[in-house]
Design a protein. Structure first.
Length: 103
């Protein structure tokens, strides 16, 4: 199945504690249907000291389920993603504006 959300996309959170916030996708985990979004779903983790790292409490992004994300269109509003084939090339298209999402 084609990926509707890819690394580098600007997305809007639809549900959860960060609802309404936007961020850029840092990584997608397709086997778990989750994505890591910059500045979204932040959690605090306690880190034990190792030879290469100091001890402390660090904040990092946790994965969020893809169903709670929507690609942002040119206006910054959440939109569904459709696909079009032009000249034998399949591209992603924003349903709200009809604009091309890929490059």
């Amino acid at each position: 199945m084609a990926a509707k959300i890819k690394k580098g996309d600007k997305v809007v959170v639809l549900a959860g504690k960060d609802k309404g916030k936007t961020g850029q996708v840092l990584a997608v985990i397709p086997t778990e249907a989750r994505a890591i979004v910059q500045g979204i779903n932040l959690v605090r983790r306690h880190q034990k000291q190792t030879a290469s790292q100091d001890a402390g409490i660090f904040t990092k992004e946790a994965p969020i389920h893809l169903s709670n994300l929507a690609v942002a269109d040119a206006n910054g509003k959440p939109t569904r993603v459709g696909f079009q084939i032009k000249d034998g090339v399949k591209t992603r298209v924003a349903r709200t504006t009809g604009d091309q999402i890929d490059g």
